[in-house]
Design a protein around this ligand. Structure first.
Ligand SMILES: Cc1cc2nc3c(=O)[nH]c(=O)nc-3n(C[C@H](O)[C@H](O)[C@H](O)COP(=O)(O)OP(=O)(O)OC[C@H]3O[C@@H](n4cnc5c(N)ncnc54)[C@H](O)[C@@H]3O)c2cc1C
Length: 315
């Protein structure tokens, strides 16, 4: 938000988020959440009945929900490129396509071995999140990688009734469906996940089926792009921030919420190594449980658990 508001990086920021109830029985909890947040002093939430939800969404698929005007959505690629440019201008040296293969400490130095050579540093931040390119063993008990996929439609007609207010949407399913419109009026739609390393079959068809379920009028819409990536989840769905050896800190496990959380952790990490406070410690103190099953059984157990909860979305 700071980057956008202060004009430092243009992020295509659009305000507004709708969190929508997929099951009628969830409505009371949504209403309660608005009341709870008000008690904590957050007054940007309002409860939407089914009529308001249908009008804002442009479809009558959900039973109601919450509108949050204190948040919004951005183009994450613009954030990545903007941050890289800012860091570079500030003197950071960026090495793309350079895999770190090991980290160790010697006295008060940290040594990072990479595919291209090694780096000696006073401090190391491991920000590899869910990608297992050689360093995941430090955190593998607490972090599980899952794959998440998204698709982009061809641009919608300019007079489309879908999300006229420009908000982003998330729903109440365990395998959450989330969507928004891009700056060029495409519908960006996520809702397919996989829990192993296999490639998802028929991705475009699966995403299109989810879109049509909500917006039947988009039956013929073309999906021009589909892609996916790895996110890291924790048991509690809260970030895993820990010192894993002297002067080496891991920040990750954002559980699908890292677009905002990862840069924020970077800010807190910078504060702590510059001696400007230690807000990062608040996150180090969060209790994060290890996944059951140990190294051998963790992945199959997770697969079964995720499939079970995905099945429960249907009832
Ligand atoms: C389809 C999809 C949709 C998503 N939607 C949202 C959303 O709506 N909102 C939200 O908040 N988040 C969303 N996320 C999650 C979000 O993208 C992540 O939480 C965020 O990118 C985490 O940022 P990060 O910098 O910690 O890690 P990443 O962006 O995962 O970056 C980690 C980097 O580390 C590199 N790396 C790993 N190991 C090594 C190594 N050994 N050596 C060198 N480099 C290494 C990787 O190549 C990667 O570039 C989504 C993710 C996907 C895939």
């Amino acid at each position: 938000m700071d980057f956008q508001q202060k004009g430092i990086i243009d992020l295509d920021y659009v305000p507004g988020q709708l969190s929508l109830a997929y099951k009628k029985r969830e409505i009371a909890a949504y209403q309660q959440h608005v009341a709870n947040m008000l008690r904590y002093g957050y007054d940007k939430l309002s409860f939407m009945d089914s009529k308001e939800t249908h009008e804002r969404l442009g479809a009558d698929f959900y039973y109601g929900g919450i509108r949050d005007t204190g948040t919004g959505h951005i183009n994450p690629l613009k954030l990545v490129v903007g941050l890289a440019n800012l860091a570079s201008k500030a003197g950071a040296q960026l090495y793309e396509k350079t895999r770190a293969t090991a980290v160790r400490t010697e006295g008060d130095k940290c040594i990072v071995t990479t595919s291209e050579g090694y780096i000696v540093a006073k401090q190391v931040l491991l920000a590899t999140n869910g990608y297992d390119l050689g360093l995941q063993r430090f955190v593998e008990k607490y972090i599980v990688p899952i794959r998440s996929y998204i698709g982009a439609t061809a641009p919608l007609p300019i007079d489309s009734e879908i999300l006229r207010g420009g908000e982003a949407v998330d729903d109440s399913r365990f395998v959450v469906r989330y969507f928004r419109k891009s700056a060029d009026n495409r519908l960006l739609f996520g809702g397919v996940e996989s829990y192993d390393r296999s490639v998802v079959d028929h991705l475009a068809e699966r995403i299109r089926a989810q879109i049509i379920e909500i917006f039947p009028k988009l039956g013929q819409i073309e999906l021009t792009h589909c892609w996916g990536g790895t996110v890291a989840i924790t048991v509690e769905r809260m970030p895993y921030v820990r010192k894993i050896m002297p002067n080496v800190i891991y920040c990750g496990g954002y559980s699908g919420h890292g677009v905002m959380l990862a840069p924020f952790m970077g800010k807190l990490y910078a504060e702590s190594i510059l001696g400007k406070g230690d807000r990062l410690s608040l996150f180090k103190e969060l209790k994060i449980s290890s996944f059951p099953g140990g190294t051998a059984l963790k992945a199959p157990l997770l697969w079964v658990a995720m499939r079970f909860f995905a099945l429960m979305d249907r009832f």
